[in-house]
Unconditional design. Structure first.
Length: 293
């Protein structure tokens, strides 16, 4: 019996061995290599001298690092709650019984299939002055003053956030929609027999039963927002000045423009630790509430 079990385990290991080898080569080894790089002066061409904790000390004293980290955190605070509310609202609309329900779902999800470069250049067109779509709409409502959306920090953040929401809200909407369709119809039917209104059905049944998927979306959205880079890089270049430069862009500039991969790697692991801590806190809070409920 034991020999048969071991034979089955061996066969299973043979099947997963190719994936395991690729995972170790392209995921595990780079992690340890990156840790090594953070303790060295390392250029794009070769490894230089060992510097110990100098890169970490430099990072803690680097005002540009803290500014980029704050910019990223600010984007997370702007985008995450707005994304969740918008995705929930679209999911409610897409879940309504209607002949155009399939059309609505497709329209809401369609932008998500676009590449970030396409979305960014669309954003540049929408928010450009004089000929841009957004200023054109404002002109129709009597706002004649030309707004340079991408030239001031406040409006640049609005432009980037709006384009990011338009681009990615479809995925979160689908997650909410899938969770809504898993709610048994019997719960709604029983509540309607008791005289519940549609508003009460939403607040007393739908919303509480969406808490598990909301926690998942919250975690995924925070992680995705902390990794923001391309749309900001294309639309504003991190400007005006460095007012919208996220941490990923600063890491990229240090590593590939300033030829300092060791320091860039150090900041990458700082971001990794931040995301890890946030994920652990989220899981801890979720488990604690689940255990006490």
């Amino acid at each position: 019996m034991k020999s048969s079990r071991r034979l089955q385990d061996l066969k299973a290991f043979v099947f997963i061995l190719p994936f395991l080898a690729l995972y170790v080569i392209f995921t595990v080894l780079p992690i340890f290599k990156g840790i090594q790089m953070s303790f060295y002066k390392w250029t794009l061409i070769k490894q230089l001298n060992f510097v110990g904790l100098s890169n970490y000390k430099k990072m803690l004293a680097d005002s540009q690092f803290w500014e980029a980290l704050w910019n990223t955190t600010y984007f997370v605070m702007l985008s995450t709650p707005t994304m969740m509310l918008l995705a929930l609202g679209l999911a409610v609309l897409a879940n309504r019984v209607s002949r155009l329900r399939t059309f609505y779902r497709g329209v809401y999800f369609l932008p998500y299939i676009l590449s970030v470069s396409v979305v960014s250049y669309l954003g540049m067109y929408v928010f450009q002055p004089y000929r841009g779509f957004m200023n054109g709409v404002l002109h129709l409502f009597g706002v004649q003053q030309e707004i340079f959306w991408l030239d001031t920090p406040q409006t640049a953040w609005i432009a980037v956030t709006v384009m990011t929401l338009w681009w990615t809200v479809g995925l979160n909407m689908v997650l909410y929609l899938s969770a809504m369709q898993d709610i048994p119809d019997e719960l709604y039917e029983a509540a309607r027999l008791d005289g519940a209104t549609e508003k009460q059905l939403f607040w007393k049944i739908t919303l509480p039963l969406l808490k598990p998927i909301s926690k998942v979306i919250l975690l995924l959205q925070i992680i995705a927002s902390y990794k923001v880079f391309a749309q900001i890089y294309f639309m504003t270049g991190g400007g005006p000045g460095t007012a919208t430069r996220p941490i990923i862009q600063y890491i990229y500039e240090e590593g590939f423009k300033n030829n300092n991969l060791g320091y860039a790697t150090t900041m990458s692991y700082a971001l990794f630790i931040i995301l890890l801590v946030l994920s652990l806190i989220q899981l801890k809070v979720t488990r604690t509430k689940g255990g006490t409920s």
